[in-house]
Write a protein that binds this ligand. Structure first.
Ligand SMILES: [Zn+2]
Ligand SMILES: [Zn+2]
Ligand SMILES: [Zn+2]
Length: 130
């Protein structure tokens, strides 16, 4: 088996919060589970689904511009030009935060909940929560 080829979608649903605990939900649509309180939440957002369906992307193999045509992420796609199959994955939300000690900007993946990270510049640990 070849390595699976993936392309990251550029479109993400708007940030949604859990109706039970008010925390940030994972950036997905459909039946999802709150990572903070475990509640099962059904989310949907028609404008995002429409944008997903119409999303244009370049084939990772031959760079031909393709239209996703699928209103869900991840989606299995096949390039009409070179027949390469690949997975169009959900967009990973990245946020910029500032280290409270040295004020350096750090880019990180946005994940629900609180966690402690260590600043790569000054090595002081601090807490972040979303
Ligand atoms: Zn929750
Ligand atoms: Zn191609
Ligand atoms: Zn720092």
């Amino acid at each position: 088996m070849d390595e699976p080829i993936t392309v990251e979608s550029r479109i993400a649903p708007p940030p949604l919060s859990c109706p039970k605990c008010g925390g940030l939900l994972p950036s997905e649509l459909g039946d999802i589970q709150c990572e903070l309180c475990g509640a099962n939440v059904r989310t949907d957002h028609a404008p995002t689904r429409k944008k997903w369906e119409e999303e244009r992307l370049s084939c990772p193999s031959c760079s031909k511009v393709l239209i996703a045509g699928v209103n869900d992420r991840p989606a299995e796609l096949r390039c009409g030009g070179c027949e390469t199959q690949f997975t169009l994955t959900a967009k990973v939300i990245r946020v910029e935060i500032q280290c409270p000690s040295c004020e350096r900007s750090l880019r990180m993946k946005q994940r629900p909940g609180e966690r402690t990270i260590t600043c790569p510049a000054c090595e002081v640990p601090f807490k972040v929560s979303f």
